[in-house]
Design a protein around this ligand. Sequence first.
Ligand code: ADP
Ligand code: MG
Length: 817
Amino acid sequence: EKNQKAESIGKRERKDSTPAVYVPVERRPEIQESRLQLPILAEEQVLMEAIRENPVVVVCGETGSGKTTQIPQFLYEAGYGKDAMIGITEPRRVAAVSMSHRVAHEMNLSQRTVSYQIRYEGNVTPETKVKFMTDGVLLKEMQKDLLLSKYSVLVIDEAHERSVYTDILIGLLSRVVPLRTKKGNPLKLVIMSATLRVEDFTQNQRLFKIPPPVIKVDTRQFPVTVHFNKRTPGGEYLQETYRKVCKIHRMLPAGGILVFLTGQAEVHALCRKLQRTFPSASGAQVKNTTETKETKKTKKDQKLPQINLDNYTIEGDADQADDGILEEDIDLDAHIVGVDDEDDMDDSAATATSDSELPMHVLPLYSLLPPDRQQRVFLPPPEGSRLVVIATNVAETSLTIPHIKYVVDTGKVKKRFYDKVTGASAFQVTWVSKASADQRAGRAGRTEPGHCYRLYSSAVFSDFQTFSPPEIARRPVEDLVLQMKDMSIDKVVNFPFPTPPDVEAVKAAEQLLVQLGALQHTAKPKNPKVTPSPVVTPLGRAMARFPVSPRFSKMLALGEQHGLLPYVISIVAALTVQEVFLPSSGPAVQTEEQQELKDAQRRVAQLKKTWAGQGQSLLLGDIMVLLRAVGACEFAGCTKTFCEENGLRYKAMTEIRSLRALLTNAINTVCPGAKVYVDPNMRPPTELQAKLLRQIMLSGLGDRIARRVPAEQISDKAHRFAYQSTSMEEYVFIHPSSVLLKIRPEYVIFHEIIETGKPYMHCVAAVEPEWVPLLVPNLCTFSEPVQDTPPTYDKDTGRVRCHRTSTFSKLGWQMPS
Ligand code: ADP
Ligand code: MG
């Protein structure tokens, strides 16, 4: 059959006559022998023919069939590294590093020839022929050299993971490949994928007009018996995992055990626990390498009276894309609450070790593990011991561990989730997809029949998604648009995505980004017939680096001024979480219990009043209250009692707490110069800071502004104290729980409008109208000055009329002259 395949490909007309130059490689005999075991070796000829004859080829094969380690070698031997480089992209840093080491080792070449590049780190030399890198790194390179002239072939690995960068890369490369062919310097594209779901790449006319050929690698897979748990453990699944591993080790024949957990902290907890129960023959020690980075902020406050829109300079390397986007155990982890530790685990399942017991060789495996420690999982365990690898999702398809007979699958994975409202992203533990669960099970049947123990019931499994949707479909569009513009991909609407986002949503996102000043229309469109796409501004570039939606990233980008960043972080975290306070209006008092509730509510209202304070602080309104609540709660150690006593929702406060830590960490990563830290003794902002915070809020929420309707314009009593917003025809109202309810400032901004009986504005703060043209100029339209109409003051309306008008004229507000 293989010969037939080769023939049929060979019969096709040669489209390109790249000569096959054989570059000899001298491999060690034991390497050569183990290579011959890999299924991909049988396909070498077919594959290389296909690559020679087609600009784009898709390779599909089971994990462990040898795609990542062997295909770069085939390409090297066929001469693709002669005049240019062979590039391979990975969505995980760990794979880029580990695979470059492995391939160099197999080819008996040094790391000067087979190298890697990940964000902030790499060993590429002028002699590099085979270069492993993260998809983010290649995207950055394309910004400088779109045609990628340094490469003769690009291999996009793990395309099935559908990381957003991989998707964008494939879209870009679908255009670059024909361009290079036209230039007479063809570039080959090889897309590698583990599962068989490749239609998004092959059956997508916008992407590739001629569907690329798919080379399938047949793998010999031994049967794996899948065992479901009768009961699905809840939060205690780590303990269940521990029990299961102990049982397998004590009762079942020799063979390695591979355990799937969700993150670094869990991996360490289970490793320690197992090592204590079954002392290892080699005594490999596991150390938790998580470091706490707490650095004092030393920045002196600049004494400027006003938030400066041009002051968003972020120190650090502004020229780097995010990277390793699928890395589930980045060290933000350390701050996520609810990670089990060894002490939470029940010891009862483990009886005392007896001498007759087989030693256990326990090894951790996760992305941030140093490469030499990762390497250990590939070595045979010490004589007479059992290999047990405790891994995160990296072992699912990125790295194949030999000698595994048993898989213990918790069914969980840590994934990046985006808040729909704020765009803030955080890692959360969730169930895997059916495809992932089957991948994991498959790890047990690589060398002999195996067993997979799923720590969840078959009923739970049947509710799993078939595949997890591509990241691009889960990511907020505004964020995606800004990221792409930041990569100089200006025409987002026309971009050939493997899975495109909604066109209308993309347009709306562009509009919002223009309003926020992150994008701007270029003065002169290159082609007057085409509607120009707005391009990124320096402010937009700064905003693109924060892991929250544009409104909030603008606040964060401006927040470094006047030492406001810790406050802005707290506010953004608090606004992200819904319903911080317990409901303030309850049922009519009838019972004693209800009376108690009423009393508690009265106390909370009083407390809010105290927190809101006076002067500028009060004008910051509900945002000030949120800020004080976050500060007070942190000071009290975020206990349940404190929250209950102060009318705060405990769950909301713990969420805010982890989000605050996460944002602080993320900001220190993207702008090391910021040096922010979570201060449990955060002092309330000064009068000046409170005023500036109002300006910062306006800078991000400028389109959510409302003006109180003058009393004489209101006839209906139900409309008393109504506000007119820019976004709705209907009147809106300050929510009764707001501390500004009685103050009724003339101009307010709000976080959102929620209809509960009436359209209520939530999280309200007062703003000054003269700030609008300065802080959100893109929301204003300014007419040309008319010489003969000097500004006049209209006594009746109290308005200044001037020669400039704004979109806010609907609010009866005109530009102060
Ligand atoms: P695929 O990309 O198709 O999933 P790989 O090329 O990653 O497959 O793996 C092929 C084989 O190489 C596997 O059996 C794996 O165990 C082995 N391998 C990969 N890296 C190493 C390493 N660093 N040391 C030893 N063996 C390795
Ligand atoms: Mg691979």
